[in-house]
Design a protein around this ligand. Structure first.
Ligand SMILES: [Zn+2]
Ligand SMILES: [Zn+2]
Length: 65
């Protein structure tokens, strides 16, 4: 869990984590932004690596490295 702070006056803070969907390997069901009971009222951005690897066709591509 990483809390990214904005400069004063540029709230809200943004939480980043991995959604339950991505955690369970069901990346196609991940909404990208989700909620958690332990962070009520906050939107959490899913930062699972699948969101970085999807190309414009929505496929998951392998890392060339
Ligand atoms: Zn994922
Ligand atoms: Zn995700």
């Amino acid at each position: 869990m990483i809390r990214t702070r904005f400069a004063p006056g540029q709230e809200p803070n943004v939480l980043t984590s991995i959604s339950e969907e991505c955690g369970d390997g069901m990346c196609e069901n991940c909404p990208g932004i989700f909620k958690r009971d332990d962070y009520p009222g906050e939107s959490i951005f899913c930062v699972h690596e699948c969101h970085k690897k999807r190309n414009q066709d929505g496929d998951i591509t392998s890392d060339p490295a």
